[in-house]
Design a protein around this ligand. Structure first.
Ligand code: GTP
Ligand code: MG
Ligand code: NA
Length: 374
């Protein structure tokens, strides 16, 4: 039977790809922010999360299809680092998402971490679209700010169109070598079998409306079951960070369920399970990046999907990459603690503590893991 009203949560979309393909810049372009320029060395070293409310997506895509019906409340986008040392964070990000954007630099084609990302997505059977980014670097490209890609392409000279087609064909061939069929999204007749390519520019915004609309339409069309809101809490700790005025906080992605101020929670700690109470639920403003310091909105409760900063006592030794559990009225605390610590095993298995070595100190657990790997 058809439900009278679908209660869908926001899809979670992870943006992945080789270093410097323009992942953060693409998000900056949608947000109207400048996160990328504030990064050390222009390199992303943490997982980020940004919430895009449906009304912003509607506004950004109106030129394509003013009547497009958006059934999801918004889109939660997870930014990941492309640098080779951060396999841990790419894996953590891709493990959370419903769909992914694989970013390829049109001037470079498939690169080592493109392929690594691709393999992470294949392993989990995650749907994805390809953003073929930096089209503005094609020689002679005529800027059509924020235009849908077909419209922008029509404005280009024959030479630009030829160079585009030549590079596109090469990249489609490279994907084929990885065992994947890909095609320009507006020519793709077999979505699901053939992966869609959206040409984009993060600098001048061409193709961004197409990318957003494709993500939302694809998820709400094919993932209704997965996206139907459920009260069961599914929540992952992304990072553990000290924030001035808040002490040690955890950045989490709430995939499903509702979190409340005052909830009793259990997270993994280095010395065992940490049982504590949510003191504050903070989010950045919509369209702002969670990992960037800024002003936070306080919430009494938050419904999934959302990127949230949680403040609570005793989080100093919390471990990123593990689950967060809420102790409900009918739950036995000891059981919840036991379930929580199961995640610990998988994290500790990745760290080699044998032999001699060096002391490593890092500002976040994610970068510590990357340094250890390096
Ligand atoms: P990591 O997170 O470090 O893996 O990199 P990234 O994929 O997030 O790339 P980033 O956003 O840091 O961009 C890398 C460089 O490419 C920056 O100098 C951007 O300004 C530039 N860039 C990104 N997208 C575009 C684009 O569409 N066109 C042009 N011309 N330059 C771009
Ligand atoms: Mg980046
Ligand atoms: Na970069």
């Amino acid at each position: 039977p058809k439900l009278a009203e679908e209660d869908l949560r926001s899809p979670i979309c992870c943006i992945m790809g080789h270093v410097d393909t323009g992942k953060t810049k693409l998000l900056d372009c949608i947000r109207g922010t400048n996160v990328q320029e504030g990064e050390a060395g222009g390199i992303t070293q943490q997982i980020g999360a940004t919430y895009f409310p449906a009304e912003n997506i509607r506004d950004r895509t109106k030129e394509l299809k003013a009547d497009a019906k958006l059934k999801v409340p918004g889109l939660l986008v997870i930014d990941t680092p492309g640098h080779e040392s951060f396999t841990n964070l790419r894996s953590r990000g891709s493990g959370l998402c419903d769909i992914a954007i694989l970013v390829v630099d049109i001037m470079h084609g498939l690169e080592p971490q493109t392929i690594e990302s691709l393999n992470l997505l294949k392993m989990r059977n995650t749907e994805f679209i390809v953003a073929l980014n930096k089209v503005d670097r094609l020689y002679g490209w005529k800027t059509c700010r924020n235009a849908p890609i077909v419209k922008a392409m029509k404005q280009q000279s024959k030479d630009v169109q030829n160079e585009f087609n030549m590079r596109l064909i090469q990249i489609i061939t490279q994907f084929k070598e990885q065992g994947l069929n890909t095609e320009l999204y507006y020519k793709n007749k077999e979505m699901g079998e053939t992966f869609s390519i959206v040409p984009t520019s993060a600098i001048s915004g061409e193709g961004i409306p197409d990318m957003l609309l494709l993500l939302v339409q694809w998820t709400q069309k094919t993932m209704v079951e997965k996206l139907t809101f459920s009260n069961e809490i599914q929540c992952t700790v992304l990072e553990v960070k000290v924030i001035e005025g808040h002490g040690t906080t955890i950045d989490v992605v709430l995939v499903n369920g509702v979190l409340h101020e005052g909830d009793q929670i259990v997270v993994c700690g280095l010395q065992g399970p940490i049982v504590t109470t949510i003191r504050a639920l903070l989010t950045p403003h919509p369209m702002k990046e969670l990992r960037v310091k800024g002003t936070y909105l306080h919430h009494k409760e938050i419904k999934a999907a959302q990127g949230i900063k949680i403040t609570a006592q005793g989080l100093e030794h919390a471990i990123a990459g593990t689950g967060l559990y809420v102790v409900g009225p009918d739950d036995d605390l000891e059981d919840v603690k036991e379930v929580t610590m199961e995640d610990m095993k998988s994290v500790m298995n990745r760290i080699d503590k044998s032999g001699e070595g060096v002391y490593v100190q890092a500002s976040t657990l994610g970068s510590l893991e990357a340094l250890l790997e390096f």
